[in-house]
Design a protein around this ligand. Structure first.
Ligand code: ZN
Length: 89
């Protein structure tokens, strides 16, 4: 979060914080480890580095991931695999 960031549109050019490689839009699987269970959220929209594979989520996506984790926390399932709701992307 530096200053001088203009309103970047989706798909705007981004470089990796680690290797300065190109970041391209894609999807990934996010694994959230809670006290009692593990949640695997598939098809999470992200920006992915073409060089080192580093993945960056937008603030909106992070928020949704937290909501999903909260919602799943009370299930009795030890491992839950869900799809990221596409309307939230
Ligand atoms: Zn990289």
């Amino acid at each position: 979060m530096g200053t001088g960031y203009e309103n970047k549109k989706e798909g705007a050019e981004m470089t990796c914080l680690f290797c300065k490689g190109d970041m391209v839009p894609g999807t990934t699987s996010h694994v959230a480890q809670l006290d009692k269970c593990i949640i695997i959220i598939k098809n999470v929209p992200c920006m992915k580095c073409t060089q080192c594979g580093e993945v960056v989520y937008s603030g909106k996506v992070v928020e949704k991931l937290e909501q999903l984790a909260d919602a799943m926390e009370n299930t009795l399932t030890e491992v839950a695999i869900i799809n990221f709701p596409t309307e939230a992307a």
